[in-house]
Design a protein around this ligand. Structure first.
Ligand code: AP5
Ligand code: MG
Length: 220
């Protein structure tokens, strides 16, 4: 089963994908996480990705598509995968369709998360993530704080803030989403696989509710 998490920055793609991974057993693969790992390790890919991510722009399609194409060959994702943050352009979506068609597969569900823009900015500037690459648990110092300040509840590692989680960069990330990624809503709607869910504290519909509903429908 191929599930795609679509949505503007900070709508909760990573949070919902991690819940779905726990319930369904399919791996969450986040292109953002792959780039951040490479930035942390100082690889050539990391240097290239950093020059785009720090400005809130997308990493070029050819680079990103190649990374996902090779990840899709690995044994742990043959039963299913939750793609978090890919595709992000129509060119990436078309490339993914081609790669999957060659394997006799297709995109089964696109979960499109929406959240009001003011809430996105609040969430992103108060997000903290576990620095342990094996853990990467996401916290929020306002909405979902760790038990001990600055320390991961699950593994005890230090919590850090993403370098693109500041007010200036998040505004640019939202603009990039509107311009280059939002056309995918129509792309997947036309394919009949889009499921849109508003994830907002204000309407009291949270990521956990969305994940539970999706799991219930898949297991029906
Ligand atoms: P990426 O890492 O994918 O970042 P993003 O799309 O900007 O999304 P985020 O990870 O910021 O948010 P999220 O939706 O996962 O929300 P989260 O669950 O953490 O990409 C980073 C960069 O890499 C891009 O800008 C681009 O440069 C590059 N890149 C990545 N993929 C690419 C691609 N395919 N092509 C080209 N370039 C690519 O939640 C956010 C916060 O809100 C957390 O603090 C969380 O605790 C909190 N929260 C979550 N849900 C709720 C809720 N329901 N109520 C209250 N708080 C909540
Ligand atoms: Mg994320």
């Amino acid at each position: 089963m191929i599930i795609i998490m679509l949505g503007a920055p900070g709508t909760g793609k990573g949070t919902v994908a991690a819940l779905l991974e726990g319930e369904l057993g399919y791996k969450q693969v986040s292109t953002g996480d792959i780039f951040r790992k490479n930035i942390q390790e100082g690889t050539e890919l990391g240097k290239l990705a950093d020059s785009y991510i720090s400005k809130g722009q997308l990493v070029p399609d050819d680079v990103t598509i190649n990374i996902v194409a090779s990840r899709l060959e690995e044994p742990d994702v043959q039963e299913g995968i939750i793609l978090d943050g890919f595709p992000r352009t129509v060119a990436q979506a078309e490339a993914l369709d081609d790669i999957l068609a060659k394997k006799g597969k297709k995109v089964d569900m696109v979960l499109n998360l929406t959240t009001p823009e003011e809430e996105i900015i609040e969430r992103v500037v108060s997000r903290r993530i576990c620095s342990n690459q094996q853990c990467k648990t996401v916290y929020n110092v306002v909405m979902n704080p760790p038990k001990q300040e600055g320390i991961c509840d699950k593994c005890g590692a230090k919590l850090v803030q993403r370098q693109d989680d500041n007010e200036e960069t998040i505004k640019s990330r939202i603009a990039t989403y509107m311009e280059q990624t939002s056309p995918l809503v129509e792309y997947y709607q036309n394919k009949g696989v889009l499921r849109t869910e508003e994830v907002s504290q204000r309407i009291n519909h949270l990521g956990k509710d969305v994940a539970d509903e999706v799991v219930r429908d898949i297991n029906k």
